[in-house]
Write a protein that binds this ligand. Structure first.
Ligand code: FES
Ligand code: FES
Length: 465
């Protein structure tokens, strides 16, 4: 990929350089800028050692979020402010209260994970509201520490929160970083030349598609970056749709709940329209990866990636979601259950972009239950996952649909025959799809999981869980 002129702030200093936009921010920091405080552990979004803070203008304010720099392509830095562990010390070179608490509470030994842990806490505290202790601990579930044990880290989080609650005027963000926020709000956020195209509105996207129909569409990059870490493949030309204004909105329309395809999983989880109308979606999305990944990843990425085990697809299929797809001069609509043509194959054609996901109003009144069998609850790929949608008439269940992942080449939606017994229903589904055997589980294990998931869904709806 050709180098592109990219402008961003790093620890309060403006950087304007010709950079390789598809390279990783982690490598830029460590190898080019010699900021080696940010560490590399897994290289694919699992350990949190590379966590940095990304500040980006939203509604005339800077919103700070934790991201994994190993998953972040340099092109995404245009018009942002990034903060690394080297940038959080206070004015007189004093430790930030987060670093102080980590030291005082014995939250570090070898220190390899500590920059990532500290930056994750910093990202949460850099925004207006002081999070609860529980939120802080949940946010830290994507940070692995192999030597200290988590007690010291948890105590450090407690110490920081106590201090902030007692000292409301203390700002964890150093002045030099706060001072550039006004400039950041005026910075250019799009890239319209070279090979990493980053449009910020739908008209600009359509023009770019017309001129570059062969370009690959990317958004959160959480999956493609993890894949490239293994394959080392180079991307020729990409269109990054994560900044398209119209695609980051969540609205209630005549058709139902419309979720812009570039909305991050975190923004869906925290959106009041989503939690009010489809709380099962918000709860289910919390099971996907860790906060650093959810801050970037999108449902549309989960859909277009066409994994047969995608948690987001399982949830959306049970919710009877449909997709609005745009191209340079047309718009089309398709039910998610009709979107897949086979393993990793979708109906998307050259230049097609998923613009919105619509959850119909008729889905709001159903009851849902998500089940995921994996080695870890979150931050793991499921062996089998499923989401059941129960339609009731009064207390009577009149229809049950279950979307299953991990049993066939695509996620499958099954309508259960309520006159049959669970044992037979599970056997029929297993015979129909003949689940594969792989490192996560054998075919017979998956067949058992199908039955166990159905039992658990009914136990939930019958109030037995
Ligand atoms: Fe492990 Fe980035 S290096 S998440
Ligand atoms: Fe060593 Fe966490 S302090 S890995």
């Amino acid at each position: 990929m050709r180098k592109t002129n990219i402008s961003f702030y790093l620890n309060g200093e403006l950087i304007e350089r010709q950079l390789d936009p598809e390279s990783r921010v982690l490598d830029l920091l460590r190898d080019l800028l010699w900021l080696t405080g940010t560490k590399e552990g897994c290289g694919d979004g699992d350990c949190g050692a590379c966590t940095i803070t990304l500040g980006y203008p939203i509604n005339n304010k800077i919103k700070y979020q934790a991201v994994n720099s190993c998953l972040l392509p340099v092109g995404k830095l245009q018009g942002t402010s990034i903060i690394t562990i080297e940038g959080i010390e206070k004015e007189n070179n004093d430790l930030n209260i987060i670093q102080e608490a980590m030291v005082e509470q014995h939250g570090l030994q070898c220190g390899f994970c500590s920059p990532g842990v500290s930056m994750n806490m910093f990202s949460l505290l850099a925004n207006d509201e002081i999070p609860s202790y529980n939120d802080m601990i949940i946010a830290l579930n994507g940070n692995i520490c192999r030597c200290t044990g988590y007690e010291g880290i948890r105590n450090a989080a407690k110490q920081v929160l106590t201090y902030l609650n007692e000292t409301p005027n203390y700002d964890v963000v150093p002045k030099k970083i706060r001072n550039i926020e006004a400039n950041l709000l005026k910075m250019k956020t799009d890239i319209l030349v070279d090979d990493y195209l980053l449009p910020n509105n739908i008209n600009s996207l359509k023009t770019i598609i017309k001129e570059n129909p062969e370009a690959m569409i990317i958004c959160g990059c959480s999956d493609i970056s993890a894949r490239r870490h293994i394959t080392k493949e180079s991307l020729n030309k990409v269109i990054d749709v994560s900044r398209i204004n119209e695609m980051t909105k969540i609205e209630l329309t005549r058709d139902g709940l419309s979720i812009g395809a570039a909305t991050s999983l975190t923004d869906i989880i925290n959106n009041s329209l989503c939690s009010k109308n489809v709380s099962a979606l918000c709860e289910g999305l919390k099971e996907i990866a860790a906060i650093q990944v959810r801050n970037l990843a999108t449902l549309a990425g989960n859909i277009a990636n066409a994994s047969p085990i995608a948690d987001g697809v399982v949830l959306l299929m049970a919710l009877s979601a449909k997709l609005i797809i745009v191209n340079k001069d047309c718009k089309k609509e398709i039910l998610l259950k009709d979107f897949y043509k086979g393993y990793k194959k979708t109906v998307l054609e050259e230049g097609d972009v998923i613009e919105k996901i619509i959850i119909p109003t008729s889905s709001f009144n159903k009851e849902y239950h998500m089940e995921k069998t994996a080695k870890r609850n979150a931050v793991d790929i499921a062996t089998v996952n499923s989401c059941a949608a129960f339609e009731k008439d009064g207390d009577k269940i009149v229809k049950v649909e279950i979307a299953f992942g991990g049993i066939a080449e695509t996620v499958k939606l099954e309508t259960l025959d309520l006159n049959r017994d669970i044992e037979i229903l599970a056997r029929d589904i297993s015979l129909k799809y003949n689940p594969l055997s792989d490192v996560r589980g054998s075919s017979s294990y998956r067949a058992k999981l199908i039955k166990n998931h159905i039992i658990k869904h009914f136990a939930f709806i019958n109030g037995e869980l």
